[in-house]
Structure formats: structure tokens, C-alpha cells
Design a protein around this ligand. Sequence first.
Ligand code: SF4
Length: 92
Amino acid sequence: LRVEDKLYQNRYLVDPGRPHIKVRPHERPSANLLALTHVCPAKCYELNDEGQVEITADGCMECGTCRVLCETSGEIEWNYPRGGFGVLFKFG
Ligand code: SF4
């Protein structure tokens, strides 16, 4: 199996209206924020039509990459999903 096929077996339970990660409002994205559109393995970060970085947290694997990258800059707000929500990993 390819890695992509294995990842496809994971499931994600959406917590409607309560995304566990938020991008703070910005006019122009910093290099950090732009990097998120490349490094997130779940491709949660995207540039919108206004040139700002947006997140769709559904599908987030809680890898922590974006959290570490923006730890000091505070450009994102990162929390674990509430109990029972978020990613459900399937191994093997
Ligand atoms: Fe993407 Fe990982 Fe951040 Fe989730 S924690 S949004 S998977 S980089």
C-alpha cells in the first residue's frame, strides 16, 4: 500500500462550528504562514482569493507541524479537538 492509501483509511469526525485550529487575521501572509500551505501533510492550509492563508481543519492529523512552525509568532491558534472529535487513526 502507498502512504496515501494508508492515510485514506483514517477517519475524521468534524466538530461543527468549532475548528480546533484558527489562523489569526492578517493582511499579507508572512513567510511562516505561506510555508504552512506547503508543509501540512493533510493540505489543510490554502491561499484564498484575497491572498490570505486559510485553514480547513477537517482532516488535520494533529501532527503538530504548523503548531511548531508558528509557536513563537502566534499566527495561529492551536488546540486539540474536543474529546471524541478529530482524527481517528487506523494503523496497519
Ligand atoms: Fe496540518 Fe499537522 Fe497542522 Fe494538522 S497539525 S493542520 S495536519 S500541519
